[in-house]
Design a protein around this ligand. Structure first.
Ligand code: EVA
Length: 605
C-alpha cells in the first residue's frame, strides 16, 4: 500500500471528511477468542461504548478497568457512491497501544504505537451506497519493545495485568477521533515548511509531496484575508514582505492554501494555518525570532475524569485558559505525542511546546518508575529485544515529526523521558535516535531528552547529544525530603555546579520538579503533602532557578493531578498537580501565578 498521508483531515474543495465518532460496539476479549470466532465479521454480545475515550473508567468492576489483552470495537459507515473514483481512508488519530483494522471482514492495516495517527485505505473493499463494517482489534499490553515500556504478567487464572515502568495509568482504547476521508486519487500527501527571516521579510521555504505530476500552486493569506505571497511548483519559497511573526503568547497565523491544478480544474486542495517564526539555541539562550525567551509552564498529561486519556476538547480548552491565567508560556507533551488539536490550539495561543515521543519507561522498574530514583543500574539498553524497541522508536519518531513538523508551537523534540543512561550501551542507541530526529526535521529544532537523577554529571553517557539539557529533579521530595530538606538546596546547587564544571554551555530547562500535595491539606510547621511544605519547596527551587544564568526554563510537574496505577506511592493517583484533576486551582497555583506573571519573556536574556 502507498504510504498514508499524515496531514490533518480537512474538508476542502476536493476533500470530504466524515466523523465516525460516537457509540461503537465494544467487547473485551477476556478469553482470547475473538480471532478464532471471527469477531472481525461482527462482534457477538457486544456492549456499546463512546469513541473517542479510554475504555477503562466507564465500568464499575475492576476487571474491566484493569483489563489487559485484546479489545474489539465495531461500527458501520455508509459510503455514498458520489465518492466513487476517490481514495477512501479511515483515519484513526490514535488507538492505544496497537491495532489491527478490518473493513468488511478484510484485514486492511495494523499499527504499533498508541499516540500517533494511521489510516486504513478501504478502496478495494468498499461497498457503495451500503453499510461498511469497520472492526478494530486493539491491544494494550506493555513489553520491553513497546513505547511506553513495561511488562505484562499473568495473574495465574488467565487474567493478565500490565506493570508499567512509568507513572501514569495505562489507559487504552480508541482514544482519539476516527474519520473517514474521501480524497482525490492525485493528491497532496505532505507539505514541509521552513522559515528564514531577513530584515522585515520572511521566506517560507516549502516542499509539497503529491502523488502525480500536475502543477502545484500555493497561496498565503494574512489574517485579514489579503494575499501575502504565492508560488508555483512542488518546491520553492513564499516571500512575505513585512511579515507578521509568530511570537510567544502573541501568535499570528497565515492561511496557507495548496492546490494541484490541471488547467483550471482543481485536482486537489489542502489548507493549514501556519505561524512564521525561527527558533534556535544560541549559547545558553533560546532565541525565538532572534530574541531570547524563557520557558514557564508545565509537564502535562492527557488525563481527565471518566474518559481517561480520551480526547476531550473541553478539557483542552480549559487547560489553555488555566495556563494563560497562571502566566505560563510553554509545556512539554509528557510522556507521549498529544492530540493534534492541542498543537493547533498552542499555535493559536502562542505557546511553546517541547514535543515528546512515547519513549518512557526505558528504565526497568519494579513499581512504576520507582527504581529510576534508586540509583540501581538496569542495563535497559543491553537487552536482546533492543533492535525491535529501536525499530518501534524510530517509526514513532518519524510519525511524530511528519505529523508535527509544521507547527510553530513545536520548538524542540524530546526523544526520551528518564531513560537509563548509566550504562555505556545506551550511547549507540541514543546516537542513532538523535541522528534520525535531526535528519527528519528540516527546521533542525533542538533535540533533547528529560533526565532523571541518575543521569548525573558523573554517570550519564548520553547528555552530550542534547542541544539543551532537560532535568527532572526532586531534591526535597524523593531525595532529602522532610526535615532533610535543609540539605536539599546545597545538594541541588552542587549538582548544577558539577554540570557547569564539565564544560556544558547549553541552556538548562527544569522539565520536572514539584511535590505531591493534597488539595486543602495544611500543617504548621510543614510536613510533606501539606501546602506549607510545597511552598518551602518552591521557594527553594525559585531561589536556585534565579541564581543560575544557564537555567532558561521551568516546567513544574504536573499541570494537574492525574491517574496512575494504585499503590503505596500514590493516593488514587499522582497529586503533584498545580490544579486538581477537575481543573481547579490548588494553593500552589497562586504562588506560581505571582511569579510567572512577573517574569519577563526574555528573563535572563
Ligand atoms: C513523579 N517523576 O514522580 C514524576 C512522574 C514522571 O510522574 C518522574 O518523569 O520522574 C516521571 O512521569 O511524580
Amino acid at each position: 500500500m502507498e504510504k498514508y498521508s499524515m496531514l490533518y483531515p480537512r474538508s476542502t474543495a476536493t476533500r470530504r471528511v466524515l466523523d465516525l465518532n460516537g457509540m461503537w460496539k465494544f467487547r473485551l476479549d477476556k478469553k482470547g477468542e475473538g480471532d478464532a470466532e471471527n469477531w472481525k465479521d461482527g462482534i457477538p454480545n457486544a456492549d456499546w461504548i463512546p469513541v473517542p475515550a479510554s475504555f477503562n473508567d466507564f465500568y464499575t468492576d475492576k476487571e474491566s478497568r484493569e483489563f489487559t489483552g485484546d479489545f474489539w470495537y465495531e461500527t458501520q459507515v455508509y459510503v455514498p457512491s458520489e465518492w466513487k473514483g476517490r481514495h477512501l481512508d479511515v483515519r484513526f488519530a490514535a488507538v492505544t497501544h496497537r491495532a489491527v483494522v478490518y473493513i468488511n471482514g478484510v484485514a486492511i492495516t495494523s499499527h504499533e504505537g498508541g499516540f500517533l495517527p494511521f489510516c486504513a485505505r478501504m478502496d478495494d473493499v468498499v461497498k457503495w451506497d451500503a453499510p461498511n463494517r469497520i472492526v478494530v482489534k486493539g491491544n494494550n499490553e506493555l513489553s520491553f519493545t513497546s513505547l511506553p515500556a513495561g511488562i505484562t504478567v499473568d495473574l495465574g487464572d488467565g487474567r493478565k495485568m500490565t506493570k508499567p515502568f512509568f507513572d501514569f495509568f495505562n489507559y487504552a482504547g480508541i482514544q482519539r477521533p476516527v474519520k473517514l476521508m474521501a480524497s482525490p486519487m492525485e493528491q497532496i500527501v505532505d507539505v514541509t515548511l521552513n522559515h528564514r527571516l531577513e530584515g522585515a521579510d520572511a521566506f517560507v521555504e516549502y516542499s509539497v509531496e503529491t502523488t502525480g505530476d500536475h502543477e502545484t500552486v500555493l497561496f498565503l493569506y494574512d489574517e485579514d484575508g489579503n494575499l501575502a505571497a504565492e508560488s508555483r511548483g512542488k518546491e520553492g519559497v513564499l516571500t512575505v514582505s513585512n511579515a507578521r511573526l509568530w511570537e510567544v503568547r502573541n501568535a499570528y497565523l497565515y492561511h496557507l492554501v495548496i492546490r494541484i491544478l490541471d488547467g483550471d480544474r482543481v485536482v486537489d486542495e489542502y489548507f493549514d494555518d501556519i505561524g512564521i517564526r525561527t527558533f534556535c539555541v544560541d549559547g545558553n539562550r533560546f532565541l525565538l525570532n532572534g530574541h531570547p525567551v524563557y520557558l514557564k509552564g508545565f509537564g502535562k498529561h492527557e488525563d481527565s475524569d471518566i474518559v481517561g486519556r480520551g480526547f476531550n476538547i473541553g478539557v483542552v480548552k480549559r487547560d489553555f485558559e488555566l495556563m494563560k491565567w497562571i502566566g505560563a508560556n510553554s509545556f512539554r507533551t509528557s510522556h507521549y505525542p498529544y492530540s493534534e488539536e492541542v498543537y493547533q490550539m498552542a499555535d493559536r495561543e502562542g505557546f511553546l511546546v517541547i514535543d515528546e515521543v512515547a519513549a518512557v519507561g526505558f528504565f526497568e522498574s519494579l513499581v512504576n518508575f520507582v527504581d529510576a530514583v534508586s540509583g540501581k543500574a538496569t542495563t535497559f539498553f543491553s537487552r536482546p529485544t533492543l533492535p525491535q524497541l529501536k525499530a518501534n522508536h524510530l517509526a514513532a519518531l518519524e510519525e511524530l515529526i511528519t505529523r508535527d513538523k509544521n507547527h510553530a508551537c513545536v520548538i524542540a523534540w524530546s526523544l526520551f523521558n528518564e531513560p537509563d543512561t548509566m550504562h555505556e550501551n545506551a550511547y549507540p542507541y541514543f546516537k542513532d535516535i538523535f541522528a534520525r530526529a535531526r535528519e527528519l526535521d528540516v527546521q533542525k529544532r533542538p533535540c533533547t531528552f528529560a533526565m532523571e537523577l541518575n543521569s548525573s554529571p558523573e554517570k550519564c553517557h548520553c547528555y552530550q547529544l542534547s542541544d539543551f539539557l532537560c532535568f527532572n529533579r526532586y531534591y526535597g521530595w524523593y531525595l532529602l525530603g522532610g526535615y532533610e530538606m535543609v540539605n536539599a538546596e546545597a545538594a541541588f546547587r552542587k549538582e548544577l555546579d558539577a554540570w557547569l564544571e564539565k564544560g556544558v554551555t547549553c541552556p538548562f530547562v527544569f522539565t520536572e520538579y514539584g511535590c505531591d500535595h493534597l488539595a486543602g491539606e495544611h500543617k504548621l510547621p510543614s510536613v510533606q503533602w501539606s501546602v506549607e511544605y510545597e511552598q518551602e519547596y518552591l521557594d527553594l527551587y525559585h531561589r536556585v532557578f534565579d541564581s543560575y544564568d544557564c537555567i532558561k526554563g521551568e516546567q513544574i510537574w504536573n499541570f494537574a493531578d492525574f491517574q496512575t496505577v494504585e499503590g503505596i506511592m500514590r493516593v488514587n493517583g499522582n497529586k503533584k498537580g498545580v490544579f486538581t484533576r477537575q481543573r481547579q486551582p490548588k494553593e500552589t497555583a497562586y504562588i506560581l501565578k505571582k511569579r510567572w506573571e512577573h517574569l519577563p519573556v526574555d528573563y535572563k536574556g
